[in-house]
Ligand binder design. Structure first.
Ligand code: GUN
Length: 283
């Protein structure tokens, strides 16, 4: 059976270090602060935002929740963001996505000051990641890389397959793997022969958002390291892109769902808040 990459344990260890850094900053009179903006009452978004808020409180990071009505205009939302941009007590700003349909999401993400963009979604931070000198890297990709690195397996020279090409996960994680000198393939819904790509890969990151996409019909390298970013529901149960029970014995390492990538994302958000806070204070 493959070794299980325990995201809960890795996240707990990382949170311990983040909390120590936050306490250290507080001892210098600096209070690391994250502002989370939520528009409307989407249940899943409210739940994510509450989890982020709770995690910050547990780790000595001050958290400000900005709750706005779903009817808010583009202009009013931009004004709220600008107020947070100009507020020196706020180090990080996160606008929970998705936004209501009448809001231009790209313009909102571009409005956030680059140095406060703890999601790493601003085009300048996206560009910095692609040239390899980003400070603020999207949270889920950062968490995926920490899971891969926790195994101490070599990344350099390995064939990495990323399944999914989203701006939030697929593209940034491909860039991070490339920066670690992997040979990276990005597969997606139009990929011709996914079975062949999977069979040849040393590292697989699946972020397709399709429940049990990789099932018993797929062959893997025995040495494969598999990270499942899926967050899908099947028969009311949270499942990944990978059929864990059918795949776990065919590979060397696998991250489960739940308990793999999930716990890492909020942890990396706090990490980014500390990074932004230190940078803004020239530390
Ligand atoms: N909605 C779902 N995932 C995310 C994320 O990583 N950041 C933000 N801002 N919104 C999201």
């Amino acid at each position: 059976m493959g070794k299980i990459i325990d995201g809960r344990q890795i996240a707990t260890e990382l949170r311990g270090r983040i909390r120590e850094e936050a306490i250290q900053l507080r001892s210098l009179g600096i209070i690391p602060t994250l502002a989370v903006v939520i528009v409307g009452d989407n249940k899943a978004s409210l739940s994510y935002v509450n989890s982020k808020h709770k995690a910050c409180l547990e780790n000595e990071i001050h958290s400000v929740k900005v709750e706005l009505a779903k009817e808010i205009s583009q202009e009013e939302l931009e004004k709220s963001i600008d107020a947070l941009n100009k507020d020196n007590s706020v180090n990080g700003i996160l606008v929970q996505l998705p936004l209501p349909k009448h809001i231009n999401e790209d313009r909102i993400l571009e409005k956030i000051y680059v140095e406060k963009d703890v999601d790493g979604f601003h085009p300048i931070n996206v560009g910095r990641l692609s040239v390899g000198n980003a400070d603020l890297i999207p949270c889920t990709p950062l968490g995926i890389m920490d899971l891969i690195k926790s195994t101490n397996e070599e990344i350099s020279g390995k064939k990495a397959l990323v399944i999914g090409r989203s701006n939030i996960v697929g593209k940034p994680v491909a860039n991070l793997l490339l920066a670690e000198n992997a040979t990276v393939t990005i597969a997606h819904s139009r990929t011709d022969n996914l079975h062949k790509e999977v069979k040849e890969a040393d590292i697989i990151v699946s972020c397709a958002g399709v429940a049990h996409l990789l099932d018993e019909t797929y062959d893997f390298k025995e040495t494969a390291l598999v990270i499942d970013v899926g967050n899908n529901y099947k028969d009311d149960k949270l499942v990944g892109d990978i059929d864990f029970d059918l795949v776990k014995d065919k590979v060397s390492y696998i991250s489960p769902v739940p308990g793999g990538v999930g716990p890492m994302t909020i942890t990396e958000l706090m990490h980014n808040t500390i990074v932004a806070c230190k940078k803004q204070n020239n530390l």
